[in-house]
Design a protein. Sequence first.
Length: 157
Amino acid sequence: MPKKRRSWHEKLHDSKGLPKVIEINDKIGKKWGSGTLVIPAPVEVDEVMKKVPKGKLITINDIRDYMAKKYKATIGCPITCGIFAWVAAHAAHEDWRAGKKRITPYWRTLKTGGVINEKYPGGVDVQKKLLRQEGHKIVKKGKKYVVVDFEKRLAKL
């Protein structure tokens, strides 16, 4: 019998012993520098994403900075913060499909440079629609879609 896949909510609430602050080793230090790195729990990333009000935006780097300050670390982990935002987005989509009205507004969390995350539920088209409904202007730059002047709409965390 095949193993049952875990729901996105189960993944979101599986902290796996996180959060954790670790010393940056030589391997990752070449790219990220020295000091400490915080790996947040998935639900913590979701909590930050939930704080972004309608009409405002954040980036994955904003989440990383928030976590670094919270845990007094040099940096927030660039890999896990991105993955956990993706998990939170899919858990929110599960909520939406279940008929819930208040979900994590994942479309307000952008990649570096104001780029829309094509891996979020519904892809770029759904996010463009939701962002435009909140008053944002989106343009295509190369193969990516970017929110115009996103820096002026960043939420204070």
